[in-house]
Design a protein around this ligand. Structure first.
Ligand code: HXC
Length: 511
C-alpha cells in the first residue's frame, strides 16, 4: 500500500466512524427534533477548532452477540477546542450508536476527557443523550459510571463542569450531571431525567405519570430543582452554555473574564428611589431593581423557575462578573424556605469556587413558618446559607433594601464573617422582627391606643437602618439611586481581598 493509499484508508475509516449508527438511526433522531452529537459539538466550538480524541476506540464486550456489533466511536464523541477563544473540553453522546449507552470503553473516552480537562485547568461540557448503562456490559457498565462520578468529584471546585440533558438520561446516567456545577435541560419530549421511569414507578407505587411529567425540563427546573437552566431546543441550549462560560474562569486559580463595559460606572438611576413601595407589605419586582443596577440591565438567571422567592443570577459590574443572590418579595414575600436555602447556598459556593464576587440584595421577612418547613428540616437547610456565606472568601457586598429581619437577615450575608460592606437604603428595616410580630410578644399586655403607640415607637426606632448604623453594623446608608456606583467602588476596593482561613481537609456544611 502506498503512503497515499494509507492516508485514503485512514480517511475512509474516519468517515465510517463519523457516520455513527447509520442513516436510518440518524434519520429517526433528526425526526425527533434533536441534533446529532457532532452537530451539537460544531455549534459549541469556534469554527475549525475542535480536536477529536480517541475516535477509533472500540468496545471489547462479547456478551449477547456483542462481538459482532460495531459501535462507531463507541457512542460518544470527545475532544477539546475553543469556545469564544478559550479552551474547553467536551463530550457528546451519540444516541444513534446503541442508544448512546455507556459501557466500559465509552466511559474510558469520557474519563480521559475529564482527566485532561482537569490537568489543563479547562471547563468541561457534557452533552448527554443516552439510554444509560449498556445492559450487555453488565457490571463493567456499573463500574464505568463510578469512574465518571469519581472524576466529577475530583474536579469539583477546580474546573467548571457543565452538563446538558439533550435526550434520555435514566438510572446511573443522572448522577454524573447531578455532581456537576450546572445542569441544562432541553424543553422537548426527547429530553428527560429520572432514576426510574414511568413503568417502574407504576409497578412500585401505582402512580401513573408520563415521562415528561416525571422527568422533563419543566419538572426539573420548576419542581425538583435538579436543573439550573432550561432551553427551547438544542441550538438554544448550546448558545446558553456558551453564554454561561463567559461568566466563569477556566479554573479556580483564575479570575473570571472581564469584558469592555460601556455602561458608565457612575451611572445613577433615580427610578431606584421610588421603586420600593412605601407600604412595607406591598410586593415589587426585585429583578427589576437588580437590572437597574447591573451593566446594561443584563442578568443570567440560574434556577429561575425553582424557589422563586430567591433570585440567583450572574451579571456584570463594570465588566466584571458577579453572582447575585436576592429575595424576591413577589413570591412568598421573599421569605427563606428549604428550597430557597438550598438554591442560594449552592450558588454562593459555586461563585466562591470560581472567584466571582457576591452581591446580596435583602428584603426578607424571615424564615417561612409552618410544620411543613419545620418537619422538612428548615433548621438544617437554612443553616446552609449561614455556613456558605462566611465560608466564601470572595468579596461580598450586601444591600439592605427593605425588610432585614432576624436570623434570615444574617442568612442573607449580614453576620460576622459575612459581608465586606453593607449598604443600607433609608427604607431598610434592620430589626429582630417586624413591628407587628414584636408587638405580639413584648407589647401583648398593652391594648388599643397604647399598643399602637408602642408599635409606632418600635417602627420608628428599630425598623430602620439607624440602630444598626449607630453601632457600625452597616458601613453606609445610601440613596437608592447611588447603588451602582457605590457597589462598583467597593468591588474595586476589594479586588485584591485576602481572607485566609485555618488549614483543614474540608468543612462539614449541614446537608
Ligand atoms: C443497550 C440500549 C440501551 C442500553 C437503548 N439501547 N438503551 N442498548 N443498553 N441501556 C439500544 C436499543 O436497544 C436500541 O437498539 C437503540 O439503543 C435505540 O433505542 P430505542 O429503544 O429504539 O430508542 P427509543 O425508542 O428512543 O427509546 C429510548 C429509551 C429506551 C427510552 C432510552 O431505549 C430505553 O428504555 N432504554 C433502556 C433504559 C435503561 O433502562 N437503561 C439502564 C438504566 S440503569 P436497536 O438495536 O434496537 O436499534 C442504569 C444503572 C446504572 O443506568 C447505575 C450506575 C450507578
Amino acid at each position: 500500500m502506498t503512503n497515499q493509499e494509507k492516508i485514503e484508508l485512514m480517511r475512509q475509516k474516519e468517515r465510517e466512524i463519523e457516520a455513527g449508527g447509520g442513516e436510518k438511526a440518524i434519520a429517526k433522531i433528526h425526526a425527533s427534533g434533536r441534533l446529532m452529537a457532532r452537530e451539537r459539538l460544531n455549534l459549541l466550538f469556534d469554527e475549525g477548532t475542535f480536536e477529536e480524541m480517541d475516535k477509533f476506540v472500540e468496545h471489547r464486550c462479547y456478551n449477547f452477540g456483542m462481538d459482532k456489533v460495531k459501535t462507531p466511536g463507541e457512542g460518544v464523541v470527545t475532544g477539546y477546542g475553543k469556545v469564544n477563544g478559550r479552551t474547553v473540553f467536551a463530550y457528546a453522546q451519540d444516541f444513534s450508536v446503541i442508544g448512546g449507552s455507556l459501557g466500559e470503553m465509552h466511559a474510558t473516552k469520557i474519563v480521559k476527557c475529564q482527566d485532561k480537562a482537569l490537568q489543563a485547568g479547562c471547563p468541561i461540557v457534557g452533552l448527554n443523550d443516552s439510554g444509560g448503562a449498556r445492559i450487555q456490559e453488565a457490571s463493567h457498565a456499573l463500574r464505568a459510571y463510578g469512574r465518571l462520578f469519581y472524576r466529577n468529584v475530583k474536579s469539583s471546585g477546580v474546573i467548571p463542569q457543565i452538563c446538558a440533558i439533550m435526550g434520555p438520561s435514566a438510572g446511573g446516567a443522572v448522577y454524573s450531571p447531578a455532581l456537576m456545577d450546572f445542569v441544562y435541560m432541553v424543553k422537548q419530549d426527547y429530553a428527560q431525567m429520572f432514576i426510574t421511569g414511568p413503568l417502574v414507578v407504576k409497578s412500585v407505587t401505582g402512580e401513573e405519570v408520563s415521562s415528561q411529567e416525571l422527568g422533563g425540563a419543566i419538572t426539573h427546573n420548576r419542581k425538583s430543582g435538579n436543573s439550573h437552566f432550561m432551553a427551547d431546543n438544542d441550538e438554544d441550549c448550546i448558545m446558553q452554555i456558551k453564554k454561561l462560560l463567559e461568566y466563569l474562569p477556566s479554573n479556580h486559580k483564575e479570575r473570571p473574564p472581564v469584558i469592555e463595559c460601556e455602561d458608565p460606572a457612575d451611572r445613577m438611576d433615580d427610578g431606584l428611589n421610588t421603586l420600593v413601595p412605601e407600604s412595607s407589605n406591598r410586593p415589587y419586582d426585585m429583578k427589576k431593581l437588580i437590572k437597574m443596577v447591573v451593566d446594561n440591565g443584563e442578568i443570567y438567571e440560574s434556577q429561575s423557575l425553582f424557589a422563586q422567592n430567591i433570585i440567583t443570577c450572574f451579571a456584570r459590574m463594570k465588566g466584571y462578573p458577579v453572582g447575585i443572590i436576592a429575595n424576591q418579595p413577589r413570591h412568598l414575600a421573599g421569605a427563606l424556605d428549604i428550597d430557597a436555602s438550598d438554591k442560594a447556598s449552592r450558588f454562593i459556593r459555586l461563585c466562591d469556587c470560581f472567584n466571582i464576587p457576591l452581591l446580596t440584595f435583602v428584603d426578607v421577612p424571615g424564615y417561612l413558618p409552618g410544620t411543613g418547613q419545620e418537619f422538612g428540616g428548615i433548621i438544617r437547610h437554612g443553616a446552609k446559607m449561614l455556613y456558605a456565606y462566611p465560608e466564601a472568601s470572595v468579596p461580598k457586598i450586601t444591600i439592605a433594601v427593605r425588610k432585614a429581619y432576624g436570623g434570615a437577615y444574617i442568612g442573607m450575608c449580614s453576620g460576622e464573617g459575612g459581608p465586606d460592606m453593607i449598604f443600607a437604603w433609608p427604607s431598610s428595616e434592620i430589626a429582630v422582627m417586624g413591628a407587628e410580630g414584636a408587638a405580639n410578644i413584648i407589647f401583648r399586655k398593652e391594648e388599643g391606643a397604647e399598643r399602637k403607640k408602642k408599635i409606632d415607637q418600635y417602627t420608628d426606632e428599630f425598623a430602620t437602618p439607624y440602630d444598626s448604623a449607630k453601632y457600625g453594623f452597616v458601613e453606609q446608608i445610601i440613596e437608592p439611586r447611588e447603588t451602582r456606583p457605590k457597589i462598583i467602588r467597593a468591588l474595586d476596593m476589594l479586588k485584591n481581598k485576602v481572607d485566609e482561613r485555618p488549614w483543614k481537609k474540608h468543612g462539614n456544611i449541614p446537608l
